[in-house]
Design a protein around this ligand. Structure first.
Ligand SMILES: [Zn+2]
Length: 198
């Protein structure tokens, strides 16, 4: 009962109470069954992130999922996969989209990925990384926009998330962040149109 111990040490602080409130979900037989390599999005390939870069949860039963957070890697697809598999990195997103539209799922949607730099937003969101650079609009290809939009539309449909800019946000819009991605070159109008169409 590691969590109970932490709660005792913290004297019932906000964080401890929150963790205790979710304890019953971790009782064997209550948590959803899961299989290694199982996908939430049929159009993706499973590439497991290091377990140091996310934490086990039981969403959407323990936390409501109501945000999709859009990121840009500042590097290649291969670099994103490499660092998300590195236990020393401390961060990873659920999905990575390559410029040809290929999608890797690295963390299950029921789990909390460390991608937004904000605990509450990590718990309520699904993170999608995109190969490319924030200052290079050419790195955001049509194939990538369309593929990512299909993924986001699928997530919105499965969790009843409204398709609007309040619920589909950039990392830059996460409260307290010092990250600027996806940057000003990311074409939100085009992206949101593709999400609506999908
Ligand atoms: Zn980001």
């Amino acid at each position: 009962m590691l969590i109970g111990g932490a709660a005792a040490v913290l004297g019932g602080g906000v964080l401890a109470r929150e963790e205790l409130g979710h304890l019953w979900y971790r009782v064997p037989g209550v948590a959803k069954p899961r299989k290694e390599g199982e996908l939430d999005y049929a159009g993706s390939e499973w590439v497991a992130a290091s377990s140091a870069n996310w934490r086990r949860a039981d969403r959407p039963d323990d936390y409501t999922i109501d945000r999709v957070v859009i990121h840009v890697v500042q590097g290649s697809y291969q670099v994103a996969l490499k660092v998300f598999r590195d236990p020393g990195h401390g961060a990873a997103s659920h999905y990575v989209v390559r410029k040809d539209g290929h999608v890797a799922q690295m963390i299950r949607e029921l789990d909390v990925a460390y991608h937004a730099g904000n605990r509450e937003y990590n718990e309520r969101s699904i993170g999608i990384e995109h190969e490319g650079w924030v200052d290079n609009a050419a790195s955001f290809t049509d194939a990538m926009y369309r593929s990512s939009a299909r993924l986001t539309a699928d997530i919105c449909r499965r969790y009843a998330i409204p398709v609007d800019r309040e619920h589909i946000i950039g990392h830059v819009e996460v409260p307290g962040t010092d990250h600027t991605d996806p940057g000003t070159k990311w074409d939100w109008d085009r992206y949101m149109k593709f999400v609506r169409d999908a």
